[in-house]
Ligand binder design. Structure first.
Ligand SMILES: NC(=O)c1ccc[n+]([C@@H]2O[C@H](COP(=O)([O-])OP(=O)(O)OC[C@H]3O[C@@H](n4cnc5c(N)ncnc54)[C@H](OP(=O)(O)O)[C@@H]3O)[C@@H](O)[C@H]2O)c1
Length: 224
């Protein structure tokens, strides 16, 4: 429901170009990456793809209909789907996901009450996914940024910052480099344990927007 509202409000994103300096740095870092994005046709999948491709990465969008038979390309998979859809993707693609970086962007909202998250107390969707995919390198990212702020690159006057949590340092660096190359800020927020706090922040931001206390083009910004 909320996702439909966001899609109606913001449609497809527009993106500003990466500066020559950013592109050079990105190439020198040799971090060209291919991302398979489940939910790549949705609001977040489209916005994330815009950022990553602007930075020089390749993205492959997978729709709901394609998900059961999709071939996973590249070393990174983004789960840009509603949390209830994650289990089916894991069940179908478990073997292909082994060894990959798996990025969970979900805010695991209870869609009946809109008043709590559905993951066990103290845990997170990302931790639950990591437990189900022990051979994958799970990251939490993008859940604290609305789709519109990924597309615009701005939260108010601030550059949009993508917070990234995970236990694999190289995996985090890959994503942070690609997001930065795409013109946004990205920050290592710590180990995968911090996904719990990121999901709390994402949930709070969602409730503020749903109750119209902030706009879907706003949200939390970060000043370093
Ligand atoms: N919207 C935001 O600003 C925002 C911010 C932070 C986090 N998130 C999180 O991002 C995720 C996606 O949100 P969204 O706003 O992008 O939603 P959305 O616009 O409704 O897009 C959902 C995407 O998931 C796909 N999908 C739906 N059910 C599926 C299934 N059973 N199997 C495989 N794919 C399925 C859809 O494919 P089709 O297009 O083919 O139906 C679509 O590409 C959610 O977990 C949400 O909590 C959203």
């Amino acid at each position: 429901m909320i996702q439909d509202l966001i899609r109606r409000l913001f449609g497809r994103p527009t993106n500003k170009a990466m500066t020559p300096e950013q592109r050079t740095t990105h190439k020198e870092n040799n971090t060209m990456t291919t991302y398979t994005i489940f939910g790549g046709t949705g609001s977040m999948g489209t916005a994330i793809s815009g950022v990553l491709t602007k930075g020089g990465a390749t993205t492959v969008a997978v729709s709901a209909e394609e998900a059961p038979t999709a071939t996973i390309e590249g070393d990174v998979v983004i789960l840009a789907v509603p949390y209830p859809a994650v289990d089916e993707i894991i069940a179908t693609h478990r073997e292909a996901l082994a060894g990959k970086i798996v990025i969970d962007i979900t805010n695991p909202l209870n869609f009946e009450t809109f008043d709590e998250l559905v993951v066990p107390a103290g845990s997170s969707a990302a931790a639950e996914i990591q437990a189900k995919l022990p051979e994958s390198k799970v990251l939490k990212a993008f859940n604290t940024t609305f789709a519109a702020t990924l597309s615009s690159g701005k939260v108010g006057d601030l550059t949009t910052t993508v917070l990234v949590a995970g236990d694999d340092e190289a995996a985090k660096k890959t994503l942070i480099d690609d997001v930065t190359a795409g013109g946004l800020d990205a920050l290592d927020a710590g180990s995968l344990k911090r996904a719990h706090e990121l999901e709390a922040v994402g949930f709070l931001q969602l409730t503020l927007a749903a109750s119209e206390k902030i706009g879907w083009t706003g949200g939390f910004g970060l000043v370093k």
